[in-house]
Design a protein around this ligand. Structure first.
Ligand code: FAD
Ligand code: 3HM
Length: 379
């Protein structure tokens, strides 16, 4: 690992991408400050699935024991249509873990602090310049050798630089909830089901309402409820309990829990940028490449790209950093581009309902190893 003392980075956004970039840079000797617009440093989302690509980054950070202690690997990824099993994927050879987002966020924030990263909550970034100045809502302007725009899909850093993008939307979307497992109650209703599995319950008739059931640990269950955007009842939050239990009666105990929780319906969309870098500024995570969640890779790509960005920026002489960022994008972006296209395709076609989709090229980013120094070697 290259350790590069006396380099400074300013990062906009303390989400998974910003914190990962911060840890990776700090571990390479950079002084790092992260600006988070929210007053409190926390992740409000529900659950997340991480795969080999992200777990390799967390392993490199020495965080795997901590991650394992608060997460799980369901025995199977089961896919059902009209409550009939169409596939049970055991994912042999694939490293994957399910967990809650607040848990992953607290692990990353704790690691960042231990690495000496300064995290400033309540600090809104309004823009950046390609020379490496970050501008805050407070009026302050801070200079850096590297500015990282990790400020999510509505990125101020990206927009202040005038980087053009396209946004593609899908007809469906999803609401997400963290609820108690209620495993014993579910078992009473359907004793034959392994309620530790991740189960993708698709329903098309009489209406399209899908429940993605993801145990996140012994206590917490991540429920993602998918409905078409034009289904007013299906996309309502708080959820319409009668509508959801009429289609998925076997999930009544956990749907009752979801009905108690506030949330937000999120329409599936993909954002593709003209470029990920401008001068000394690099964009990463949803700021650069937000994607549909079908293959559960948005956060994985965000963290893998944040990690490789830190590598590329550390390995370059400071005077050549802008060129090194361009080269980083050239090497790393094609994997993410392909993943975005595949995930958009599955969102548009609802093709994950066919089961057995975690195979072949769909696993390209899943199985990617950003920590492998030979990953771009030509055979
Ligand atoms: P964000 O999480 O959006 O973080 C951005 C941070 O920047 C926030 O803290 C925000 O407050 C802050 N911020 C914003 N603007 C400013 C500003 N101007 N100044 C300072 N701070 C600012 N990915 C997976 O890998 N696995 C999954 O299972 C998975 N499931 C998903 C399910 C759904 C329904 C969705 C919608 C996405 C899913 N994803 C998944 C994708 C994943 O959630 C995102 O790709 C990931 O959270 C992006 O992280 P980020 O840090 O880039 O952005
Ligand atoms: C993990 C995960 N997988 C798929 C979706 C989806 O298709 O909306 C959401 C998820 O959180």
């Amino acid at each position: 690992m290259t350790v590069t003392p006396s380099r400074h980075a300013e990062i906009s956004g303390a989400g998974f991408a910003g914190l990962t970039a911060a840890i990776a840079l700090a571990r390479r000797g950079w002084s790092v400050r992260v600006h988070e617009r929210a007053d409190q440093l926390r992740e409000q989302g529900a659950g997340i699935v991480l795969w080999h690509n992200t777990l390799k980054v967390l392993e490199d950070f020495g965080l795997i024991d901590e991650i394992n202690a608060g997460s799980m690997t369901p025995p199977f990824y089961e896919t059902r249509v009209q409550n009939k099993i169409v596939s049970d994927e055991g994912m042999p050879g694939i490293w994957w873990r399910t967990m809650t987002r607040p848990f992953l966020h607290s692990v990353l924030a704790g690691a960042a602090r231990r690495e000496g990263v300064e995290i400033v909550a309540g600090s809104e970034v309004v823009g950046a310049t390609e020379e490496g100045v970050i501008r805050l809502a407070s009026g302050a302007e801070l200079e850096a050798d590297l500015v990282v725009g990790a400020d999510g899909v509505g990125s101020s850093v990206r927009d202040s630089l005038g980087i053009d993008y396209e946004r593609q939307r899908s007809r469906d979307g999803i609401s997400r909830f963290l609820v108690p497992r209620r495993k014993a109650d579910l078992q009473k209703i359907e004793p034959g089901t392994d309620w530790d599995n991740m189960i993708d319950f698709w329903n098309f008739d009489p209406r399209v309402l899908r429940v993605l059931y993801t145990p996140a640990n012994d206590r917490e269950l991540y429920l993602a409820l998918m409905a078409p955007a034009d289904d007013v009842e299906g996309s309502a939050v708080p959820i319409d309990l009668d509508v959801w239990t009429s289609i998925h009666p076997q999930l009544t105990p956990v749907l009752e829990e979801a009905a108690k929780v506030e949330g937000k319906y999120f329409g599936y969309q993909t954002t593709r940028l003209e470029e990920w870098t401008r001068g000394r500024v690099a964009l990463v995570g949803d700021a650069a490449h937000a994607m549909c969640p079908a293959l559960a890779q948005g956060g994985g790509c965000a963290m893998a790209n944040a990690y490789t960005l830190a590598q590329a920026a550390s390995d370059a002489p400071l005077s050549e950093l802008p060129d090194a960022l361009v080269e980083w994008e050239r090497l790393e972006r094609p994997y993410t581009d392909r993943c975005q296209t595949r995930s958009q395709h599955y969102a548009d076609t609802r093709g994950m309902s066919q089961g057995n989709q975690f195979v072949g090229e769909n696993n390209e980013t899943t199985l990617y190893d950003p920590t492998d120094p030979h990953r771009h070697d030509v055979a």
